[in-house]
Write a protein that binds this ligand. Structure first.
Ligand code: G1P
Length: 298
């Protein structure tokens, strides 16, 4: 335990569970992975990958499922498209493509094979992650923050080692994993427990686990024996609660805003927010939104 604290191993890999069906945004997700739906001008997943890279992540591990091939294609080179843009002198468009291409060997894809829960999805990445700390990033949650949410967490991890998860206040704790705080030092919280989808009146706090985790590899062994929990699924939260007994575990109330794209209104809100925050289009987007609302109210 102390050795973890003294010299935290560097954080190099991030696991992104992307196997879900996206049933809450049907029909949009019937033939397109929900992670590939556009948030303003790029797939939602691009923001999460950018957040990972801004925190120094070198290797992305996608836990996928059937019908998710578009994700693999998106982060690959597109030789025909690139050649065609090149031939037509469309250099601006060629440049737009750059953010989507990851270097060869810097991504892995593993299939979850069944919807058994988030804990099971993370466990599917065990061989690729190996014996090193890793991040988990839930792509439903888009974090608008500077430095990026995961970068803020990585800075805390450098200091305290062990495991670090992002949390923030919510009015609906029953929808999420919720932590029981013990003490607090600024934004860093020491915990005494956590529970997945508590009954509203039993929630140990209003701080929910917002979808970014830095975990030690010992979580995999706990996950392999994890019994189904809330909703009959293998819950990451349940294994983290057990890991907390063995290793340092902190929560960070990160500085920034979270956009939950899990349903249609949340997704719309993310679209509006990321359009407004765009340095090139923000002002035009604001004008358009005001005009649309005025027209609508008439
Ligand atoms: C998952 C986690 C939960 C977390 C939430 C954040 O729940 O199990 O602890 O608070 O993501 O979005 P899900 O959204 O898969 O039900």
């Amino acid at each position: 335990m102390d050795s973890v604290r003294a010299a935290p191993k560097p954080l190099r890999k991030a696991v992104l569970p992307v196997a879900g069906f996206g049933t809450r945004v049907l029909p949009a997700t019937k033939a397109i992975p929900k992670e590939m739906l556009t948030v303003f001008d790029r797939p939602a997943l691009q923001y999460v990958v950018d957040e990972a890279l801004a925190a120094g992540i070198e290797h992305l591990v996608f836990v996928t499922g059937r019908n998710k091939g578009a994700i693999e294609d998106y982060f690959d080179r597109a030789p025909e498209l690139e050649a065609s843009l090149q031939a037509k002198g469309k250099t601006a468009q060629l440049k737009e493509l750059e953010i989507s291409v990851r270097p060869a060997g810097a991504m892995s894809f593993v299939r979850q094979q069944g919807a058994l829960g988030l804990g099971h999805a993370v466990w599917c990445a065990r061989d690729i992650v190996g014996d090193e700390p890793f991040a988990v990033m839930l792509p439903d949650m888009l974090m608008m923050a500077q430095p990026s949410c995961l970068a803020q967490m990585a800075a805390v991890y450098e200091k305290v080692g062990g495991n670090v998860i992002a949390v923030e206040p919510t009015d609906t704790p029953e929808q999420y994993g919720v932590i029981a705080p013990e003490s607090r030092d600024g934004r860093v919280i020491k915990m005494k427990g956590m529970v997945e989808k508590p009954k509203r009146e039993e929630a140990p706090s209003n701080l929910f686990i917002s979808g970014r985790y830095i975990l030690q590899p010992e979580i995999f062994e706990l996950l392999s024996s994890q019994k189904p929990g809330a909703g009959g699924e293998i819950q990451l939260t349940d294994s983290m609660a057990r890991l907390m007994e063995l290793q340092p575990f902190h929560a960070l109330e990160y500085e920034g805003r979270t956009y939950d794209c899990g349903d249609k209104i949340g997704y719309l809100r993310a679209n509006v927010a990321f359009a407004l925050a765009n340095s090139e289009y923000g002002e035009k987007a604001a004008e358009m939104l005001k005009k649309t609302l005025t027209e609508w109210e008439r």
